[in-house]
Design a protein around this ligand. Structure first.
Ligand code: G3H
Ligand code: 13P
Ligand code: ZN
Length: 311
């Protein structure tokens, strides 16, 4: 099996009423934890790399680790640029072997977003690579850019058809109330997503794959672990799993998860050091962290995404 684009994955996911997990990767243990779970559950996968991840770990290292995962798992794996913000960054990832890129022009005007996205689509399609665009803006932190609640905005369903037609994108990220990071909803309030917007988008773009960013559940077991072992994240709240399952049964074919990976890894390492204060071999604490990622991802594949057995 070689690296694949997401085209076939999304077609089957749309028809089957499930979603593909798009997990952010930054190092070997994260890649191993995710892909070991996917192999055991026979799930198709998207491994996504942000520009921050690329700066941290280097394009070639990440690419080679993902290629190793393809050999080890024999699974269909798509390697995707998360939140590309310039044509040059997208081009560099396409030239460097990625099979999918996101061009996130959501902070530009509608016309500028279309022009930038169209430019990336033309180059990507000429090279057999697929493109995710974004309309509407999520609140939260990406690559050190903090979008405040006032600057965030829901996707306007009236714009989606024109955006897809004029850009030629292969999938579309929309804003329906999720946000990046671990603090998604106000403490004491009931988390809510605008499923009415998703329904309206689905009606206007029948059969077209929609992407949900900011879709970590901020799993309480890991937040509790962090708080128990010296950390402080009392107000961390994520997207409830039943809402993600509902989105996956609708037009959402790709669900982005990063924060839950970070929390699983950090909580497990904090616990390890609390229980083994004299240890200093990184393999000793990275091993349980990798195992925690694997079990957390297995849970998502089966109980949230529904993509187990679909490889
Ligand atoms: O949407 C943002 C992702 O969680 C990636 O985060 O830019 O810090 O790597 P990062
Ligand atoms: P979370 O912060 O909810 O994991 O979202 C990740 C994401 O959308 C990456 O693009
Ligand atoms: Zn995102």
């Amino acid at each position: 099996m070689a690296l694949v684009t997401s085209t076939e994955m999304f077609k089957k996911a749309y028809e089957g009423g499930y979603a593909i997990g798009a997990f952010n990767v930054n190092n070997m243990e994260i890649i191993q934890g995710i892909t070991e779970a996917a192999k055991e559950e026979q799930a198709p996968l998207i491994l996504q790399v942000s520009s921050g991840a690329r700066k941290y770990a280097n394009h070639t290292y990440l690419m080679k680790l993902i290629e190793a995962a393809v050999i080890e798992t024999d699974l269909p794996i798509c390697v995707h640029l998360d939140h590309g913000d310039t044509f040059e960054l997208c081009k560099s990832c396409i030239d460097g072997g990625f099979t999918s890129v996101m061009i996130d022009g959501s902070h530009h005007s509608f016309e500028d977003n279309i022009a930038l996205t169209r430019q990336v689509v033309e180059y990507a399609h000429d090279h057999g690579v697929v493109v995710e665009g974004e309309l509407g803006r999520l609140e939260g932190v990406e690559d050190d850019v903090n979008v405040s609640a006032e600057d965030a905005s829901y996707t306007n369903p009236e714009q989606v058809q024109e955006f897809v037609e004029r850009t030629g994108v292969d999938s579309l990220a929309i804003a329906i109330g999720t946000s990046h990071g671990a603090y998604k909803f106000k403490p004491g309030t009931k988390p809510q997503l605008r499923f009415d917007i998703l329904e309206e988008v689905e009606k206007r773009l029948p059969g077209f794959p929609i992407v949900l960013h900011g879709a970590s559940s901020v799993m309480p077991e890991f937040v509790d672990m962090i708080n128990k072992y010296g950390g402080s994240m009392p107000d961390a709240i994520g997207v409830p799993e039943d809402m993600l399952r509902r989105a996956a049964s609708m037009a959402v074919c790709k669900i982005n998860i990063d924060s839950d990976l970070r929390l699983a890894m950090t909580g497990t390492i904090r616990r390890y050091f609390a229980e083994n204060p004299s240890h200093f071999d990184p393999r000793q604490y990275l091993k349980p962290a990798r195992a925690a990622i694997k079990e957390m991802v297995r849970h998502k594949l089966i109980h949230v995404l529904g993509c187990n057995g679909k490889a």
